[in-house]
Write a new protein. Sequence first.
Length: 223
Amino acid sequence: MTTLPPPGLKLRILGAARAEPSPTRPAVKRRVALLIAASIAGLAAAFLAAGGLHTDGRPTLQVAGSALGWAAVAGVATWQAFARGKSMLGRPSGQLLAVALATPIALLGWLAVWDARYPEAGTTCGLAHCIPCFLLTLFMAAAPFGALLLARRETDPVHPRVTGAALGAAAGAWGAVMIDLRCSVITMTHVTLGHALPVLVLAALGALLGGRVVGMRGSRAGS
């Protein structure tokens, strides 16, 4: 069933278009490419600053398998959150909300597979050890989070907040990939609090910033 656009949406879009001339397509592509490059560089720099690869006690196959799976989840989340899909208005809000909520669940589900295969891998720790990983995940996700929001700046006239939430979850997933490559603790409690919870935090932060950054002028009140 086709969903009708909200009343007055056309007027808001036309008003936003008149308020500021649209950049050319090559200029947009260059800007997005630069932001992607900056995001990758920032992610790598944050990973090295956090100590780089450190997986004592975990089998190499387990490290590679979990990290590659998490990278796949992050890649799918980024594509779903960033690309507009078949509509110029972007993906439906329900689909974007699903990205924001399902991304951390998918990360935990993939880790559970490897936990079951290697139940003896890794080390245990107290809840206090979750705090450094929580903060490091946020730190390493900062560059992709900022880049994704800026790349979609003033592009969503319909639902900028849920778009921001999906972008935040995607960025958080990249931070989770990096923390997975430097943490030897893979218990579900630790990974849930230290590695996956930051994904939800960034999704919430993305929702807060989405209306101001992603929303088009004249339509900042969108959901």
